[in-house]
Ligand binder design. Structure first.
Ligand code: FBP
Length: 550
């Protein structure tokens, strides 16, 4: 493979570790806290996780650890969407294992969780590992969205663990995958299997966080990549002064990415889904908010600007949420009948007779492209694939219509020419920022210490992330501590609670205190590209969200 100059240079980068993990491995001891409780539904979770519920939080400290030199066989899975830094989690885990015992083995499960159920593996070697250090992407072993949920899948996972004589499986994934990790840990214990399960918090969406997990990895690099692109577009918009750019940003349900990008780039408008839901705003009201800014800027002859849109927005507009929920049910219950309908026109007519009057009217009023996108397949976890719904185009169309009405009424006298963009995939496989390279390596190394120390049902945790890396606090958090019961596909299921943007939190409040000015004035901020070499204030800054949350 031909290598870019940056890739060669990044091979030489040495990720930073917290002080507790930088010492010789025999000196890394565990400090246990008190037993823990889940965030809610304690009784139900206790009965579902009979063997693994309520374990204590652990922190690494100096001391002796007589288990750390054991020879271990470990399997690692990359689960779900790509996030920059995944390869460094594997590198941290690999280096830890080899430091503990040169005979230890690390297997990569190919193509995500299905690699475990189907026993598709590759043994990771020094040369293979070296090819992927500090690189983006998940191409080292691939990823997938298979959910391990049926009794057959659990049994197959156990079979693979037995065949490979695994002491542990590490699942690198988001909230759903770490829920899976908790269930698998419990299952293995219940079957008397010695295989431990450890999770690692991954997702660019930033929605796997709580009191103990300050950030999911990949968020830092993804938001910095998007912010660079948004800043470039802002500068183009400010130069040409003729376009409004509507930019949809990935992030699934939560608006953490959009909010962070807004803090980094100061666009004219950034919609926050959680606020739209809290204020029960209709689609029309969202469009009115955009038009207000367009009209005010037009009065100053500024017929250009930038609007950021979180990809999950449509799911948070109450009327759309209701429509999507009804569609989910109707399409799931009558799947065969629905799939047999030959055209979109037939599907619409059929749905019209099944949807409530309100949802049916809304569905009929949507542009055909958007209506079609609402009917696309759900992902294996039952989520609507919001990244495939062209919300930016929907909003451009509705804004054009509304502005035409305002012009007719003599309330607007500007020009509106809009362009739509979607930033998502371009941020998921970037070379990890120094922050993500260090954070991921530390998460992987922590996973090794948790495994060697015999723990299961934990998520690797590295905290105090706004401090320099040597001051980070590494350890593990019991997965059951982050769980509650939620309604999923018609029944109550144990899940890790997804973290949405908190409207009372400092990141949102900071944004809200400034957005009035940004909507009218041109206050753009240009963060530029991620820098890997140079002064720490340019290269090693954590996200604004992390800084404001601390
Ligand atoms: P994860 O939750 O698996 O980390 O996925 C992140 C994400 O990039 C979302 O932001 C986006 O909605 C989704 O994946 C897109 O999925 P796909 O890669 O299957 O198109």
């Amino acid at each position: 493979m031909e290598l870019s100059a940056l890739q060669k240079a990044r091979y030489a980068y040495n990720p930073k570790l917290p002080a507790s993990l930088s010492q010789p491995v025999d000196n890394i001891a565990l400090e246990f806290g008190d037993p823990t409780e889940s965030i809610a539904d304690q009784a139900e979770l206790k009965s579902l996780f009979k063997h693994s519920y309520g374990k204590p939080i652990v922190k690494f400290a100096s001391g002796s650890n007589d288990k750390i030199r054991r020879k271990l066989n470990v399997g690692v899975i990359l689960s779900g969407g790509q996030a920059p830094g995944g390869h460094n989690v594997i590198a941290g885990l690999y280096d830890g294992l080899k430091k503990g015992n040169k005979e230890s083995k690390l297997y990569g499960f190919l193509g995500g969780p299905s690699g475990l159920t189907d026993n598709k593996t590759v043994e990771i070697t020094d040369s293979m590992m070296d090819e992927y250090r500090n690189t983006g992407g998940f191409d080292m072993i691939g990823s997938g969205r298979t959910k391990i949920e049926t009794p057959e899948q659990f049994a197959a996972s156990l079979e693979t663990a037995k065949k490979l004589d695994l002491q542990a499986v590490v699942i690198i994934g988001g909230d759903d995958s770490n829920t899976n990790a908790a269930l698998l840990a419990e299952y293995f214990l219940d079957k008397g299997s010695p295989t431990q399960v450890i999770g690692c918090p991954k997702t660019i969406d930033g929605d796997l966080k709580n009191e103990h997990i300050e950030a999911s990895f990949g968020f830092d690099t993804a938001v910095k990549t998007y912010s660079e692109l948004i800043g470039n577009i802002e500068r183009d918009s400010n130069s040409a002064k003729k376009y409004w750019h509507f930019i949809k940003l990935m992030g699934r349900s939560a608006s953490h990415i959009a909010l962070e990008c807004a803090l980094q780039t100061q666009p004219n408008i950034c919609l926050i889904s959680e606020e739209v839901e809290a204020k029960k705003m209709s689609l029309g009201q969202v469009v009115d908010q955009i038009c207000d800014s367009v009209v005010q800027r037009a009065a100053k002859k500024q017929n250009y600007g930038v609007v950021l849109i979180p990809e999950g927005l449509v799911e948070f507009i109450p009327e759309m949420k209701k429509l999507i929920a009804e569609l989910n049910d109707i399409m799931a219950i009558n799947a065969d009948e629905f799939l047999a309908l030959p055209s979109f026109e037939d599907q619409s007519a059929w749905l019209g007779s099944k949807l409530s009057a309100e949802s049916s009217a809304l569905f009929a009023s949507l542009p055909q492209d958007i209506a079609k996108q609402l009917l696309m397949d759900r992902d294996p976890h039952g989520n609507v694939q919001v990244s495939r719904i062209e919300t930016e185009k929907l909003l451009i169309g509705m804004t054009e219509k509304k502005l035409a009405e305002l012009k007719k009424a003599g309330k607007y006298d500007g020009k509106f020419s809009a362009l739509g963009h979607f930033f998502g995939y371009e941020g998921r496989c970037a070379f990890p920022s120094n922050f993500d390279a260090d954070y991921c390596y530390s998460l992987g190394f922590s996973a090794f210490v948790l495994i060697a120390s015999g723990l299961t049902g934990y998520i690797s945790s590295v905290r105090n992330l706004v401090a320099p890396a040597d001051k980070w606090i590494a350890g593990g958090v019991p997965l059951t501590m982050m769980m509650n019961m939620e309604q999923r596909h018609g029944s109550k299921k144990p899940v890790i609670r997804k973290a949405l943007v908190e409207l009372e939190g400092k990141p949102f409040k900071t944004f809200a205190s400034k957005r009035g000015t940004w909507a009218v004035e041109t206050s753009f901020l240009f963060p530029g590209a991620i820098q890997y070499y140079g002064p720490a204030e340019v290269c090693d800054q954590p996200t604004k969200t992390l800084q404001l949350e601390h």
